[in-house]
Design a protein around this ligand. Structure first.
Ligand code: MIC
Ligand code: SF4
Length: 640
């Protein structure tokens, strides 16, 4: 029996478990990446683990998210990360060097190797045949300390691409088409592998757009083969030595196959407020646009922005549109400048931002009240852009650039334009904004905003708690811990951040938690989708949340809850969701025994005088972590 690409990489890195779908596996991690808004926790955890040097082949600490320095907080975080990186043997990428995923793809990603990153879009590197996964900070710090990364062996789906994109469509339309067909929970527990003749028509950055936004499907990761196209990209990066071929065996067995004929795709767009709310651009053509933002780790490569420059050449952004462009990396910006395209962009009236996440995470450029913003990003959850009542649409750089010129959404097939999309221009290679760790042991500098993180406690045998929040399906981590320019500076300050937990849904949640001892959250399907931020577990832990009872979980958030010591439970009968109300008193008797070796617990709803059966779906290792009260206690081997 042959192997798929993911199976080949996993087999080479497997140190625990077996390649059996649905079973727990532990894999060795070659590389890690952190970014600043999740990274401070990772370095605090490394300190707590008392690590001398990281054990990975390469670990990189990027600063790309918290770039607006309105106060001392972000700059203090940057300095903390820089000094901690030096102390632990990690390469530091200075602010301004670019978005972690774009820079990592350019300079470090390697086919056939494994990468985890404290950011949900880490699978971007799958565009180069690397098994790359988003993870919570605790999982990243333990991998840096030499630990394995544990996941449930996913199902592997073959996405067979045939045909070729036309002038009006781009790789963004491929991933939007998958989101249209499968929804934001369609990829949970799965890896997507791209095969078929259509694959070789896509460049590495185009492939990376697809693997990046696979995160929005809830996938564990996505993989493209490593082929001649990969080699060509690596040569351009002066890294051909990093090339290894990667293909599935002819007799590889997939759990499912989905076919997409690239020549039949139409330009697509995701409507507010979810990436799977996808329609044809022609369905919304004519809608007046107030803002266009081009960038983010999904669509800010050199070829994306060169295409945008081609469209904007000798044209002006519409008087009613604010056009904003944030290049993905300094390499992209310098190459655009060197090859003349930056001038075309600036001449059009675009506002150029520094290389980083910027508006994608609400770091500035919040749209006007009720404004329509067309973005090339990957997420359009309500309020994420900084303006609660604005309307964010997600689409390709082509559709976005045309909207900037016409002041409305236009179907590219209805207008004239010229593009030269060859990716053969030379890149400017300059690694001078990476700081390599020195051998000298310098102190770690910690500013006053960096506060200790909460640590769970050993599980007691009875939990008597109250339902302090009841929410619907598809709750995102942006709901749980909102991230805007105002709140991102508090990523190292859980006590301050806790005041804003679930703010957009229920302003009283945090204060309610403070007046109850043990809190329970009840939710629907796909609870915790979106980002990898472990703050969405650490903040509830700080507020006294002991268990989360839902219909189903998103993968990374479920792992973060366990790592924090919060018990993840799912309804055995989803109808019971209707029978629990806010403030209901729930009693979990003999929970230690249940966590040790049962796959269910009967919860006594004292308020309603009913019993609800919840499923305990945990591996043996996860059971131990919950009993210890979180991964840190478990890793330190605390006595129960
Ligand atoms: C995001 O796109 O939501 C983020 C901000 O990059 C997050 C990480 C974070 O919350 O810091 C992610 O995707 O994991
Ligand atoms: Fe940054 Fe946005 Fe990418 Fe998250 S999705 S890493 S905020 S650019």
């Amino acid at each position: 029996m042959g192997y798929t690409m993911a199976e080949k990489i996993i087999k080479n890195h497997l140190r625990y478990g077996e390649l059996k779908r649905g079973s727990e596996i532990g894999i060795e991690i070659d590389q890690t990446l952190t970014q600043d808004s999740t990274g401070t926790m990772v370095y605090l955890q490394l300190e707590a683990l008392n690590i001398d040097k990281v054990k990975t082949k390469l670990s990189v600490a990027y600063v790309d998210h918290n770039m607006l320095q309105q106060g001392f907080e972000n700059a203090d975080d940057h300095l903390f990360i820089k000094t901690a990186a030096n102390r632990f043997g990690v390469v530091y990428s200075k602010p301004g060097n670019g978005i972690c995923h774009q820079v990592h793809l350019e300079r470090f990603a390697k086919p056939g190797e494994t990468l985890i990153g404290s950011d949900s879009h880490t699978p971007t590197a799958g565009g180069m045949g690397m098994l790359a996964m988003g993870a919570g900070g605790f999982d990243v710090s333990s991998a840096m300390a030499g630990g394995l990364y544990y996941i449930t062996m996913p199902k592997i789906v073959n996405i067979k691409l045939t045909g070729k994109l036309n002038k009006y469509t781009s790789s963004k339309d491929i991933i939007l088409e998958l989101l249209r067909r499968l929804t934001v929970k369609g990829g949970v527990g799965k890896i997507f592998e791209y095969t078929g003749d259509g694959v070789k028509t896509l460049s590495v950055p185009e492939r990376a757009t697809i693997t990046n936004m696979g995160a929005e499907l809830g996938l564990t990761t996505s993989l493209f083969p490593s082929d001649d196209v990969t080699l060509e990209f690596l040569k351009k990066q002066n890294r051909e030595d990093d090339y290894t071929p990667l293909f599935p065996d002819d007799d590889a067995i997939y759990d499912e196959t989905i076919e997409i004929d690239l020549s039949e795709l139409e330009p697509l767009i995701a409507l507010p407020h979810s990436p799977d709310n996808v329609v044809k651009v022609s369905d919304v053509a004519g809608l007046k646009v107030d803002q266009v933002v081009i960038g983010s780790c999904t669509n800010s490569s050199y070829s994306d922005l060169k295409l945008v420059a081609n469209i904007l050449k000798d044209k002006k952004a519409n008087d009613d549109v604010s056009l904003v462009i944030s290049p993905g990396s300094r390499q992209v910006l310098m190459s655009l400048s060197n090859n003349g395209y930056l001038t075309d962009i600036i001449k059009s009236g675009a506002r150029i931002l520094e290389c980083g996440c910027g508006p994608c995470i609400g770091m500035g450029q919040a749209p006007q009240t009720g404004g329509v913003s067309i973005r090339t990003f990957n997420r359009n959850f309500k309020g994420r852009c900084g303006t609660q009542d604005s309307y964010v649409y997600l689409t390709s750089p082509l559709v976005a650039a045309l909207a900037a010129i016409y002041g409305k959404i236009v179907d590219p097939r209805e207008v004239e334009f010229d593009i030269d999309i060859s990716t053969y221009d030379d890149f400017i290679l300059d690694d001078s904004m990476f700081i390599y760790p020195s051998n000298e042991k310098k102190e770690i500098v910690k500013g006053p905003n960096i506060k200790p993180f909460p640590i769970g406690k050993e599980l007691e045998n009875t939990i008597n708690g109250n339902v302090l929040l009841k929410v619907e399906d598809n709750i995102t981590t942006d709901h749980i811990v909102p991230s805007t320019a105002k709140l991102l500076p508090f990523r190292s300050n859980i006590p301050e951040l806790s005041n804003y937990c679930f703010n957009a849904i229920d302003k009283d949640f945090a204060s309610r938690c403070k007046s109850y001892k043990n809190g329970i959250i009840v939710g629907g399907q796909n609870y915790g989708q979106g980002s990898s931020r472990e703050h969405a577990a650490l903040v509830p832990l700080y507020l006294g949340i002991r268990a989360v009872l839902v219909k189903s979980f998103a993968r990374i958030h479920r792992a973060n809850l366990i790592n924090a010591g919060i018990i993840p439970l799912t309804f055995e009968d989803e109808k019971d969701y209707e029978n629990i109300g806010l403030y209901d008193e729930l009693i979990f008797d003999d929970i230690v025994e249940a966590i040790k070796d049962k796959d269910y617990i009967d919860i006594n709803n004292k308020t309603k005088s009913t019993i609800i059966r919840a499923k305990i779906e945990l591996s043996n290792r996860e059971r131990e972590i919950i009993l210890y009260g979180g991964l840190l206690n478990y890793a330190k081997g605390a006595k129960r």
